[in-house]
Design a protein around this ligand. Structure first.
Ligand code: H79
Length: 443
């Protein structure tokens, strides 16, 4: 373990990778100082928007990754799908370029989901992409493409593995017990795989663990895993799904992970909502897709709550992302090109997201995102700051007045944006210093 930082530093000199260059002090969360935590998380907090990719041989069936094994798809058939996995149109540069045009700053790929299939060239398991007709290391190509484009490459890794005979559960659908499990051997293999992921593909922006909730796993194993990851890449961010929670003990990892739901306003514990652009994580033909309004509202409500949005696409079995999904993401990107100043590098608040409004702030500026207009304009509790100036980013004029305890905001119907009317307020003090305010309308 003590060797790794040294090897890292030598590598950094050789490869000129700045993330490795800052590794002389080995630090091990969850016992990190708050300042170091904030430092490590800074890029991710500013990024606000990332791409989640769920992909694997299961896309050939169009059923849910992991969960359809032994249910919609018989186990033996599921486990043999990789022999037909031949996505000839897989082009990592195209995925990354789509993420960039969507305004996404990081990409998290399912290197290994609950079904155990590895999208990289793993020496720990033959159940990997090199043994499929594709025969190309997806993580290699994607991480290279990310580096070229300035997008952070990140990896998803499921702690539970329903296929691995050493992992105690998963013989039967829903996690029935296996006959000869060996958890210590399983964990050794898992660390071997993580070591591959953390040493071969350059700096990993974050490790997105999942599948931590089953009985064979524990909080203590989670701590051990967290230390293991940080011993190899101290600057990697780690989500909270390292293990089950433990009453009275500090939470694991760096940030919370609400799934398919917008996280609650929280400026203390960082968080990131993961959400699908359609219904399923893995590709499903004809899956119902979210409207642009739903997509942007999800983003704005996350950022307004001081969280991130990790937005998921499931590429098709031929390796392409569906045109309609790509178009939707590009629409989000066009919106962000115009209004990104109200999203990137902002903090949530001072108004907490509510029925009509979310808000973000940077310095003395507050962005009010009006997502719905009540009759007669918006009446919010007063800001507790003087408003120096106001402008409607989305075009037109706003009338903003603060009287007593009320902030009145009126924008003529013709100037209201059907998705999000963004009003930029300049205050006489920092927006982040204002105690969070409920955005429920006042009478
Ligand atoms: O990777 C994605 C999911 O596959 C994974 N986490 C995200 C990021 C995940 N694994 N388990 N869960 C989420 C929670 C379990 C949800 C379930 Fe269901 C509800 C399992 C069974 C009922 C959804 C519906 C999945 C199968 C049927």
């Amino acid at each position: 373990m003590t060797m790794r930082p040294l090897i890292g530093s030598l590598l950094a000199v050789a490869l000129q990778t700045p993330a490795f260059a800052q590794t002389p002090v080995p630090h091990v969360a969850p016992h990190d100082t708050p300042a170091r935590d904030a430092d490590r998380l800074a890029w991710w907090r500013d990024a606000r928007f990332g791409m989640f990719i769920h992909w694997g041989p299961v896309s050939l069936r169009g059923t849910e990754i992991g969960w359809s094994r032994g249910k919609d798809v018989p186990t033996a058939e599921y486990d043999a799908l990789y022999k037909q996995f031949s996505p000839e149109k897989f082009d990592a540069d195209q995925w990354v370029s789509l993420a960039k045009s969507a305004g996404m700053k990081y990409i998290v790929i399912t290197s290994k989901h609950h079904d155990g299939f590895c999208l990289w060239d793993s020496r720990q398991s033959d159940y990997n992409v090199m043994k499929s007709p594709l025969g190309r290391d997806v993580d290699r190509e994607l991480s290279d493409a990310c580096r070229r484009a300035g997008v952070r490459f990140c990896t998803y890794y499921s702690i539970l593995d329903w296929r691995d005979p050493n992992y105690p559960l998963g013989e039967a659908p829903g996690g029935g017990p296996k006959s000869r499990p060996d958890m210590d051997l399983y964990v050794a293999g898992m660390k071997g795989q993580l070591e591959e992921l953390l040493t071969r593909y350059g700096p990993i922006g974050l490790v997105w663990f999942d599948g931590q909730w089953e009985a064979p796993w524990s909080y203590e194993r989670g701590i051990d895993l967290e230390k293991f990851v940080r011993s190899i890449q101290p600057d990697t961010i780690i989500n909270d799904r390292l293990g089950p929670g433990k009453a009275g003990a500090p939470p694991l990892g760096d940030y919370a992970t609400p799934e398919q739901t917008i996280g609650g306003f929280n400026r203390d514990r960082p968080w990131e909502t993961c959400m699908t652009i359609c219904q399923q994580w893995a590709w499903k033909p004809g899956d119902a897709m979210k409207s642009l309004r739903e997509c942007l509202h999800a983003l704005v409500r996350c950022v307004g709550g001081d969280g991130n949005l990790l937005f998921n696409v499931g590429p098709m079995p031929d390796g392409r992302i569906e045109d309609r999904q790509a178009d939707r993401l590009r629409e989000m990107g066009l919106w962000l090109e115009k209004y990104g100043e109200s999203v990137y590098a902002t903090r949530g608040g001072p108004y907490m997201p509510g029925a009509n409004v979310a808000s973000t702030t940077r310095g003395k500026v507050v962005y009010l995102h009006v997502l719905a207009w009540p009759e007669g304009g918006l009446r919010l509790p007063a800001l507790g700051a003087r408003i120096v100036s106001s402008a409607v980013l989305t075009g037109g004029e706003a009338t903003v007045t603060q009287r007593d305890d009320v902030l009145l905001l009126e924008v003529p119907a013709s100037d209201r944006d059907p998705i999000d009317t963004i009003v930029k307020l300049e205050l006489d003090r920092e927006g982040f210093g204002i105690t969070p305010i409920a955005s429920d309308p006042v009478k």
